[in-house]
Write a protein that binds this ligand. Structure first.
Ligand SMILES: Nc1ncnc2c1ncn2[C@@H]1O[C@H](COP(=O)(O)OP(=O)(O)OP(=O)(O)O)[C@@H](O)[C@H]1O
Ligand SMILES: [Mg+2]
Length: 461
């Protein structure tokens, strides 16, 4: 597949002219800059797909802080070019490890550099979720989901801000959409913005927009997401990642119902219902001064906790069957369903990625299955069936690990509280956690034996 041509940023104090013209040919547009400050300026207004970071000179590496701010633009695929000696510096190693998709030890051929950048571009492209066939039905029959559906109906009848917390992939966005579709604003827009995916420097204009001529390069007026949601619902996803200055502006908007687009003489009144969501621990973020508590209290008038998939009992099987129906047509075989081993594995697995992970596993299994039924191997969950009988010592150990995991989850990884609940010291808990990481044991949760009941779903149509 030929990758799409997109912009490349080339940061070097001694740019290679031949390489530059090759980059132009390959990516269409190249911005060559000689300083970290110049790179930061480019990143403020443009969105390169990839960036080649030539760390060859002393000066660049010394601008560590600004450089790190640049590298924080994680939608850019960064590739570093440096020599052996520079690679030995701990700070440089950390930067590369944290932010770069690849690094090359100079000297390298132009071909190798282009190859690495192309690969980085591919990685950036797949970072977005694969497009799924539209289906926004919320499946769930467990007590936890029935409670959630009742809550959705209740909060839909008001216009108060809703705050949704829950692990990644549990259905926070789907819940936000369900609330919107059941509310009096259903005919208005539903505008979602992922605060974690937008570079910090673009956040203000993304949220509040700007007037033509507000800054160099603002050739046209731009309506921000807040104004675009007028008379509808604004969904602020990953609100925990919102930069501090945007938190202040958002708070002002929530208090006054008005926004100040950059370059605008007058504030603009906007009528939106705000729903926000995050998977981060807001108590911690507030304690660490990363999140304003006054903003949190404004956003969290009504709170919804999305249950993790592992706490939804027979819904796991219900969802797996639902997804099998959804993706059945992608298989060349007439699949009958899941093998008993697959069902057992579905229940025993911990589902850290929740419903999203289940969707991905079932979709892949539908394509990969070679028989008439989907097996645990097709789901890549082979370690999660408990065919082998356990010794008493193994069973004890698994029960211990399970108790540790549950206590940590219940207390959102707050060690003191988890240790207290388990009746052990913090040191002992640390040791148990270390043992767990070392062994990577499957969580031996009990299998549910009942067949799933008929689905009582909530449709978003
Ligand atoms: N109860 C459900 N029934 C059917 N599909 C669901 C359900 N919950 C979530 N999904 C699907 O799972 C995927 C993840 O859901 P969603 O994007 O709403 O999760 P999220 O909590 O916002 O995740 P993240 O924290 O990663 O942003 C979506 O494809 C969504 O349609
Ligand atoms: Mg989401």
């Amino acid at each position: 597949m030929e990758a799409v041509s997109t912009m490349c940023l080339y940061l070097s104090q001694a740019p290679d002219a031949a390489l530059l013209s090759l980059l132009k040919a390959r990516f269409g547009k190249v911005e060559a800059v000689a300083s970290v400050a110049a790179a930061a300026k480019v990143l403020k207004t443009q969105r390169p797909a990839v960036a080649l970071l030539d760390l060859g000179s002393e000066a660049l590496a010394s601008e560590q802080r600004t450089l790190e701010d640049c590298l924080l633009h994680t939608h850019v695929g960064w590739v570093a070019l440096l020599d052996d000696e520079r690679l030995r510096e701990p700070a440089v190693r950390r930067l590369i490890n944290q932010y770069c998709l690849d690094y090359l030890i100079a000297p390298r051929s132009h071909e190798q550099i282009l190859g690495s950048l192309t690969q980085a571009q591919r990685m950036v492209e797949i970072a977005a979720d694969p497009p799924l066939p539209a289906d926004d039905t919320m499946v769930g029959n467990s007590d936890a989901m029935q409670r959630l559906f009742r809550t959705i109906s209740k909060v839909a009848s008001t216009s108060a801000p809703v705050f949704i917390s829950g692990e990644s992939g549990t259905g926070k966005e789907l819940t936000a959409l369900a609330i919107h579709r059941r509310s009096a604003r259903r005919d208005g827009p539903f505008v979602a913005i992922n605060c974690g995916a937008i570079p910090q420097s673009l956040m203000q204009s993304e949220l509040f927009g700007y007037e033509r001529g507000a800054f160099t390069g603002a050739n046209q007026r731009r309506i921000g997401k807040v104004a675009a949601a007028h008379k509808g619902t604004l969904f602020l996803d990953e609100i925990g990642d919102l930069p501090m200055d945007s938190q202040a502006s958002l708070l002002r908007f929530l208090q006054e119902g008005q926004i100040d687009p950059l370059g605008s003489a007058e504030p603009v009144s906007v009528d939106v219902r705000v729903i926000s969501a995050t998977h981060v621990d807001t108590d911690r973020a507030i304690a660490a001064n990363r999140f304003r508590s006054d903003l949190y209290h404004r956003l969290c008038v009504l709170r919804i906790d999305e249950p993790p998939l592992r706490a939804r009992g027979a819904d796991i099987e219900l969802l797996a069957n639902h997804m099998l129906e959804r993706f059945r047509s992608e298989s060349s075989r007439r699949l009958r369903g899941f093998s008993s081993g697959a069902i057992e594995a579905l229940y025993n697995y911990d589902w850290p990625g929740n419903v999203r992970e289940l969707i991905n596993r079932v979709r892949r299994a539908v394509v990969m299955a070679e028989g008439r039924v989907i097996t645990a191997e097709d789901l890549e969950l082979t370690g999660w069936t408990t065919e082998k009988p356990l010794t008493l010592a193994e069973a004890r150990e698994q029960a211990e690990q399970l108790a540790v995991q549950r206590a940590l989850r219940r207390h959102r990884n707050r060690l003191n509280e988890a240790a207290q609940e388990l009746g052990v010291s913090r040191v002992t808990l640390y040791r148990l956690m270390g043992a767990q990481r070392a062994r990577q044991l499957p969580e031996g949760e009990e299998a549910f034996v009942e067949p799933p009941p008929i689905a009582a779903n909530i449709s978003n149509r």
